[in-house]
Design a protein around this ligand. Structure first.
Ligand SMILES: [Mn+2]
Length: 455
């Protein structure tokens, strides 16, 4: 059965070490050397066909980059949250692009890019379990991550043949200059790249469903099918299973596609719903196993951010970040070295400084039981604004006030002051609420406020 893999390895990034010197981490997911997850240990090379392809694919990309042939490559990228859906979608489509065009007059070189740093992948234990089950190399060395890019995305993007977006609707600002050749997504269509092909938006539980269905449709039309490794099929099933809670919250497309994938996998004799339920149970259990993570890890684990344009002539773009953390602020404070409020805010400030974020919002959630024994789901919003990156103290004060008021105006959120709010410093605020609104709801409110900021 499924086992955890406790064998970590440090990335021996000899191929990219020189290039990384020219790399500007402040615009990127940062190269984090502090994570205690990166313990050097026994190296375990992936045994599967899929791992072999993935490693060879990455090697070929670095060799081509060194020879200034990056223009031959298509990047297939998921969103920067780097969850299992983004990872499986990107890997599946890159594999498909290469293999389906292999024996044609127009072979495509395609590589999956995971938009997190390599060690951030370990902050998602469910990804670790799924990759291990798919016999991938430990430490994710088969996969290309942001901290391994030999060039800044701003410079690299116009040189690439193109990018394929999976599991997000429009590219992050730093990829703006790349040609978007295809989009497959289950978020809201933002009208990006109207001529992309394929260009599919559909409300499925998992984006991997859309990618796998397209892949199988095209595969079945080929004069001769290429080899579809069972490790990839199982990775696809894992992504769909976790996003659909074992097909309990699935669309018809999720169900039909996972059936097609299952039929080609080693589990073809198993009942679809049983297999998916079991997968989901194992992965969800792994996903909850976060108690070993420190505050910095929790801040990085599920973080999404980008630049937002403002009408301000002085500061036309602001960097905005959103973390989702499944612990209360009190629990997080208890995890800090000193176990005190000041230490949480200093760890947080070190993270936003390193990431170059002007406004950072942490969305915490936790469960509690009230005096009547009733379970309640509580959420917190932590708002902070820095005055030492793109904006000065006066601008930061006005930006803080603007976002503060924009959030407090949302009566449906029912924001209440956090019980220790009076201990907070300037440009720090914490609220609690039980409205159920998560990042999908909060982010547009903050984005809209910042887009109207002019100072
Ligand atoms: Mn998704």
């Amino acid at each position: 059965m499924i086992r955890y893999l406790f064998s970590w390895t440090l990335l021996a990034s000899t191929l990219t070490a020189a290039a990384l010197q020219h790399y500007r981490p402040e615009q990127q997911a940062i190269v984090d050397t502090t994570s205690r997850l990166m313990m050097p240990n026994k190296h375990s090379i992936g045994a599967g066909h899929f791992s072999e392809w993935s490693r060879d694919n990455k090697k070929r990309f670095f060799i081509d980059w060194q020879a200034s042939k990056e223009s031959e490559w298509v990047f297939v990228m998921g969103n920067e949250g780097g969850d299992l859906d983004s990872m499986a979608s990107a890997l599946a489509w890159a594999y498909h692009l290469e293999h389906s065009t292999n024996n044609t007059s127009n072979p495509i070189k395609a590589i999956a890019l995971l938009q997190t740093s390599m060690d951030a992948l370990d902050l998602r234990p469910e990804n670790r379990v799924a990759l291990h089950n798919s016999k991938m190399t430990s430490g994710h060395e088969d996969l290309l991550t942001m901290d391994e890019l030999p060039e800044d995305p701003e410079n690299l993007s116009p040189k690439l043949k193109g990018i394929v977006l999976v599991d997000h609707a429009s590219p992050l600002r730093k990829w703006n200059k790349a040609k978007v050749v295809s989009i497959m997504d289950h978020h809201v269509d933002q009208g990006t790249a109207p001529k992309a092909e394929p260009r599919i938006f559909e409300k499925t539980a998992s984006c991997t469903t859309i990618v796998a269905r397209q892949m199988l449709n095209e595969l079945e039309k080929l004069p001769e099918e290429y080899h579809m490794p069972h490790e990839l099929l199982e990775l696809i099933l894992a992504a769909i299973a976790i996003d659909s809670s074992g097909l309990r919250q699935a669309t018809d497309a999720d169900i039909q596609t996972s059936k097609r994938v299952l039929d080609r996998s080693r589990w073809h004799k198993r009942d679809l719903k049983d297999a998916m339920k079991e997968l989901s149970k194992t992965l969800k259990k792994a996903k909850k196993d976060l108690d070993h993570l420190n505050v910095r890890d929790l801040l990085r684990r599920d973080w999404k951010g980008d630049f937002v344009d403002t009408p301000s002539p002085r500061t036309p773009t602001i960097s905005l970040g959103f973390a989702s953390i499944p612990y209360s602020l009190d629990e997080q404070i208890a995890k800090t070295g000193f176990g005190e409020l000041f230490h949480w805010f200093s760890i947080h400030a070190a993270w936003t400084a390193a990431t170059g974020v002007d406004i950072d919002i942490c969305l915490n959630k936790y469960k509690t039981t009230d005096e009547n024994g009733k379970k309640r789901k509580v959420r917190e919003i932590v708002l902070t604004v820095r005055d030492d990156l793109r904006i000065d103290a006066e601008q930061a004060d006005s930006l803080f006030k603007l976002v503060f008021e924009a959030l407090e105006r949302q009566e449906h959120l029912g924001l209440k002051m956090w019980h220790r709010a009076e201990e907070l410093a300037v440009r720090q605020m914490v609220w609690t609420h039980e409205s159920g609104a998560g990042r999908k709801a909060i982010r547009p409110i903050v984005d809209a406020a910042v887009m109207g900021w002019d100072m």
